[in-house]
Design a protein around this ligand. Structure first.
Ligand code: NI
Length: 189
């Protein structure tokens, strides 16, 4: 496993349309392992393979930022030397070749961010409930109705597969302001 470099806007790679995964092999497992490691390190809650420069329809999501605000728990697993540590609450999810086949009319607004658009947040409106199907690392097919934060996150990540970032979904004026802010921050850094 390795932490890879996250590609940021305006790198044109992020505008590529990603291709379906056909081989559920060790290369795919390694890619997904690196995606999780990179996402947790960033830290972020979702990542598409194209953000690492790999144009495949692969997403990872974990809505549980590990340990954040968690109270230490006493660990009794090691007899004789009781100690406390932070609970592990990771909830890793992998979506390969995801598709949405139903959208609710009802919309939800979330303040979105993106590891490819560092430090910038903007409210984006998306369908609040979706029906999605996808494959897992073994190629097994899954289908579910999804709502809440996961519905928003999955739609945000699926946009990356089409070469779309969340800034493309806000008004031009807001987008220009966000890009200016990002350029300013980069200069200051
Ligand atoms: Ni993103």
């Amino acid at each position: 496993m390795a932490i890879r470099t996250i590609i940021e806007i305006p790198n044109p790679i992020l505008k590529q349309v990603s291709a379906p995964v056909e081989s559920f092999d060790d290369d795919l497992r390694n890619l997904v392992a690196d995606m999780f490691e990179t996402m947790y390190d960033a830290p972020g809650i979702g990542l598409a393979a194209i953000q690492l420069g790999v144009a495949l329809r692969v997403l990872v999501i974990d809505l549980q930022p590990e340990d954040e605000g968690a109270e230490p728990e006493v660990c009794t697993a090691h007899e004789g030397h009781e100690h406390s540590h932070l609970p592990h609450r990771r909830e890793p999810r992998v979506f390969i070749n995801p598709e949405i086949f139903n959208f609710s009319e009802e919309l939800a607004v979330y303040n979105e961010g993106c590891l490819s658009v560092p430090e910038i947040y903007a409210e984006v409106e998306r369908p609040s409930r979706i029906s999605a199907r996808w494959q897992d690392l073994d190629g097994q097919r899954h289908e579910a109705e999804i709502d809440g934060m996961l519905a928003t996150c999955l739609q945000h990540e699926m946009d990356h597969l089409e070469g779309i970032v969340f800034l493309d979904r806000i008004s031009r004026l807001k987008r220009q302001m966000a890009i200016k802010k990002l350029e300013k921050m980069r200069k200051a850094a």
